[in-house]
Design a binder for this molecule. Structure first.
Ligand code: ZN
Length: 53
């Protein structure tokens, strides 16, 4: 199951650990997919099948 992370003070949710903006500190976490504010880089990785969740 993917984990979604959002850096505090930011609106963008990430779910690829290899995203260049994957938050490693000071973040909120959830396991259900947010319906908006998804990271474009994570989306691109998912499309290319290079997203590591
Ligand atoms: Zn991302």
């Amino acid at each position: 199951m993917a984990t979604y992370r959002k850096k505090k003070g930011s609106d963008t949710w990430h779910w690829c650990r290899n995203c260049s903006r994957w938050p490693t500190s000071d973040y909120e976490e959830r396991t259900s997919r947010p319906s908006y504010d998804l990271c474009n880089e994570c989306k691109a990785k998912e499309k290319e099948n290079t997203c590591r969740s």
